[in-house]
Design a binder for this molecule. Structure first.
Ligand SMILES: NC(=O)c1ccc[n+]([C@@H]2O[C@H](COP(=O)([O-])OP(=O)(O)OC[C@H]3O[C@@H](n4cnc5c(N)ncnc54)[C@H](O)[C@@H]3O)[C@@H](O)[C@H]2O)c1
Length: 422
């Protein structure tokens, strides 16, 4: 029978690619960061990830407000949809966090900001939450990271996942952007927030402390499609499809445990929209408006070899109704099964280890990985040189490029093997 426990709290080596779970403090149990002076931030994108929506718990502005308290100053909001950005700011100015937004100026483009910036607007960090089709390349208009690094040397960047969504022929460019960022030595974090879950860090700790070698990762990601009302999400020409846009979180988490993937080994199959088993009854968008060749698969199942020899697999499903997703990741090592269930809603970790055939159950109430990723980023910007114990950023741009590459390999393998339409 499974027993229920709270996670053991021990310290970990903060220089490793993991964080002591006890250091991941929920937002309501932390106080705003001490320190003096304004902390200037530029937001690129005024959409859901930055300001929240009904679709999920993401909302970066909310976490920045809590982490920085009255020090937070959003000096610029860059978004070509000026009306949306202005309306969003207006709402913020009517709340108790007004001081962060009262002097925020809206700019259509990064170039506008660069040309008109005043010295007291000099930012400490850019938070990039624009659509990935406009970033991750070296091409004008789609090279926001390189422009930021060139014009604001030394300034930190936070970038949302995925790093890009252009054609797969552009993946090399994303790696070049990664090299450019790495050479600049700036602080850069990519928003694979599931890495910051306490449950995930506990899995890492078990692996590190027991000196384990991962043998397999098994990921299942079942979307509640009824809740997805954004028509772009259903259109591969806009979103790049559900593996690249969404399954990417679990591809990244699989890689976080399994390591680098031998991309030549990726195989995949899909259930397509035109197959009998792929018919959906509760889509809230009108799929007939999307070109047939751009409609997304309902199921994608992939396997691959990691460079270590371990085996990875992912099944992504567009099958559930209602609101909550059903997602699980299992990690196996000699004698061990670490099973992460429901990471988006209420993470539970089941651990089976040598000496006991039953699982231990760990729950993590109030954990907020979105807050933890923001918190770790700001701690690094504020005091990385003074405090060698500052928790390390868990996803670099290069690491995120590797996850992006894996998602493209899965999409292409599934398209090659798909059942042709009769
Ligand atoms: N980590 C997560 O769980 C999570 C959740 C939601 C979204 N995201 C990611 O965040 C990113 C944005 O998603 P969203 O849901 O906020 O989209 P959104 O459509 O709600 O918002 C995007 C905003 O960016 C603006 N924009 C367009 N082009 C721009 C440009 N060149 N420069 C600046 N702004 C531009 C749009 O006008 C829009 O206001 C995507 O990469 C998405 O995958 C991540």
């Amino acid at each position: 029978m499974a027993s229920v426990s709270t996670p053991p709290l021990t310290r970990s080596n903060s220089r490793s690619m993991s964080i002591d779970p006890s250091k991941l403090v929920p937002m309501d149990k932390t106080t705003a960061l001490q320190g003096t002076g304004d902390f200037n931030v530029v937001f690129v994108g005024a959409g859901n990830i930055m300001f929240g929506s009904d679709e999920g718990p993401w909302n970066h502005s909310f976490r920045f407000e809590h982490k920085l308290g009255p020090r937070l100053k959003i000096v610029a909001l860059i978004d070509p949809a000026v009306e949306r950005a202005t309306a969003t700011l207006q709402k913020k100015r009517e709340t108790f966090v007004r001081s962060a937004y009262e002097n925020t100026r809206v700019y259509k483009t990064l170039d506008d900001f660069i040309s008109n910036m005043t010295p007291n607007q000099a930012p400490r960090v850019f938070v990039v939450g624009s659509p990935p089709m406009f970033r991750g390349t070296q091409q004008p208009g789609r090279d926001v990271e390189m422009q930021i690094v060139k014009h604001f040397p030394g300034v930190a960047i936070f970038i949302e996942k995925p790093v890009a969504t252009g054609p797969s022929s552009e993946i090399d460019e994303a790696f070049k952007v990664a090299k450019f960022i790495e050479d600049s030595k700036i602080i850069c974090s990519v928003g694979y927030m599931l890495r910051y879950l306490k449950a995930v860090q506990m899995m890492k700790k078990i692996i590190e402390e027991n000196n384990l070698t991962v043998m397999a990762t098994i990921a299942r990601y079942a979307t509640a499609y009824e809740a997805i009302a954004k028509s772009d999400w259903w259109d591969k020409s806009k979103s790049a499809g559900p593996i690249i846009e969404q399954g990417t979180h679990f591809c990244d988490l699989s890689r976080y445990f399994g390591g680098d993937v031998d991309i030549t080994t990726v195989t995949a199959h899909s259930l397509e929209w035109y197959e009998q088993a792929g018919k959906l009854s509760k889509q809230v968008i009108d799929e007939s408006l999307i070109k047939e060749e751009n409609r997304i698969p309902r199921v994608t199942a992939a396997t691959w070899k990691y460079e270590s020899g371990a085996v990875g697999s992912l099944t992504h499903l567009v099958a559930l109704q209602g609101h909550d997703y059903s997602c699980e990741l299992e990690v196996y090592a000699d004698g061990y099964q670490l099973k992460l269930v429901n990471p988006y809603v209420q993470p539970v970790l089941y651990v089976r280890q040598p000496g006991n055939d039953s699982e231990e159950t760990y729950r993590f109430p109030d954990d907020d990985p979105f807050f933890s990723e923001v918190s770790v980023l700001i701690d690094n910007i504020e005091d990385i040189e003074e405090d060698p114990d500052t928790a390390r950023i868990l996803c670099s741009f290069e690491d995120a490029c590797k996850s992006y590459q894996l998602t493209w390999a899965i999409r292409e393998a599934s398209e090659k093997s798909r059942k042709k339409r009769v």
